[in-house]
Write a protein that binds this ligand. Sequence first.
Ligand SMILES: Nc1ncnc2c1ncn2[C@@H]1O[C@H](COP(=O)(O)OP(=O)(O)OP(=O)(O)O)[C@@H](O)[C@H]1O
Length: 628
Amino acid sequence: MSELFEPDGPHDHRIAAVAPEGLLRDLNHAGVLTAADVQVATRVGGLAVLADGRGAEHDLALLALALCVRSVRGGSVCLDLASVAASTEVPDGWTWPDHDAWCAAIDGSALVATGVLHRAGSLVHLDRYLREERQVADDLRLRERQPAPGVDLGLLEQGVIRVFPAPGDEEQRAAARHALTHRTTVLTGGPGTGKTTAVAGLLALVAEQAEQGPGGRPPRVALAAPTGKAAARLTEAVAESARRFSTGDQERVARLVQGAPATTLHRLLGARPDSSVRFRHHRGNRLPHDVVVVDEASMLSLTLTARLLEAVRPDARLLLVGDPDQLASVEAGAVLADLVAGFGEEDGPVVRLRTSHRFGASIGTLAAALRDGDTDGPGDGAGEDAGVLGLLRGVRRAPGSPADPSEAVGFVDLAEPATETALDEALRPLVLPMARAVRAAALAGDGAAALALLAEHRLLCAHRSGPAGVAAQNRRVEAWLAEEDPGVVPGGSYAGRPLLVSRNDPGLGLANGDTGVVVRAPDGSFRAVFATAGAPRELALSRVGDVETMHALTIHKAQGSQAERITVLLPGPESRLLTRELLYTAVTRAQRSVCLVGSEEAVGAAVGRHVQRASGLRERLRATEGPG
Ligand SMILES: Nc1ncnc2c1ncn2[C@@H]1O[C@H](COP(=O)(O)OP(=O)(O)OP(=O)(O)O)[C@@H](O)[C@H]1O
């Protein structure tokens, strides 16, 4: 979903200076198309006409091209002519072209003749995305047709029962059997359903099989994730999950992980300084690994998936792990959700874990209601089947009530629009005690304690700016701290200032998304201590470059991380960032309790706004032979 903008006036930079009269200009002035969308469409349209040698380009074809560019900007892989009308707000009096006339104009255009656009049914693709979509579907289908990897089935069965012995481990046993006996496994499940534990078990079983193989050579394993933070967490989480296993299996996992700690997918594929979409590993120079595991696969874009599939050896095992209901990649594509929908859950590579081993029932119930998009529930809004609002009404707290760690879900219901006073009153008891405790530990010079306290609570916002955004909450918490303690300088650095790393810095050993805190050293100077994989990392403040204050952070940045207690501050219902996926991702960051702060209207708006990313991938995967 692309965001609309409200032009400030005729000189707004998003208004195209030279848009010719007609459809494009109308939609640009209405804030549907940006100047860039219009300029790309008119420039490329002009070039296509020149190459094609016929007359001027048809307005309707240019409109499709501009909307394709807009769709990609909003995360879709293509434009869906059938749904664009329903999902796009247009000015009064605007009418969408007739579907058949639009298709005919596109088909007869120079844009199609020169291969810029491709139409199949109601989907219109830009060339690059069509090629990537076809490649992903073809590579996956080819992998499905490969002979199953050779395994000793007797040894596998013994191993599966040893690693996952309990009756409650059945889903993980099935996942491990699938992953060992297939080239491709798409392992999905909500938070805490034991995906990481299943990965750890799979590694133990692959290692055991290799011990019996020729030469006993250990398998070459790559663990990767789309972001540095998720990769660092994966290394730790796999080792941590293996603690459930016998000593022998723990050692198997430890040997594999120590030899190859998780890395970002970009680094695994071999990032090149000259290109962000081409890598050192590709079809002609495959990755050497026997097993490639990609975690947080909901964040995979179509382009990165295409590059991954062409780099993995055809006979290697590939395991994509993630929760398809979470926010998708910032770039175009919702590949994991497409794989789940396209392959279905029977007989294909998709294996789903359903039982949550982490939450108390209520966070799980709220997450499930959000996933199903159930606002009010089928009944009277109470009891087991209640929808999201029914559940929240049952746990409503008065603004100003303190955090209650015994309650897994809470809801502070604010009238719309929330005033500054109401926000202050609601947030203060939920956020300030922890900020104070972090400051006290930091003043005492206890970096480890300050980091541990910081990890207990996160305040999450949808937006960076605006009254319910991250920047305003950072200012709010700093003002509270400064009121009671003049040592806190709002906007400056002070003991207890929470930090969020905003750029990878391999030189300092910091990854984008790492968290830290400023502490007072024994000599009175300030130092920054970061929670990185392994031991905390302490640095002089002067060496730390790209960091932000983190009394609050965006839900997008929190994806892939967790905290004991989460407070979610909802923006007003009009916010177009507010979607079901966003709220689901926020709620599922909580390990013990979550409190939503906002209006019922905002909750309703989030549940009702389901991100639909247009893509042809699921249809391609459903078809035995792709649609071409
Ligand atoms: N079969 C099981 N029985 C009981 N507890 C389990 C089982 N599998 C995993 N757990 C525990 O449940 C918790 C969540 O497991 P795990 O981290 O593997 O889930 P996940 O799906 O990877 O979660 P995330 O949402 O963090 O990706 C962990 O504390 C783990 O030890």
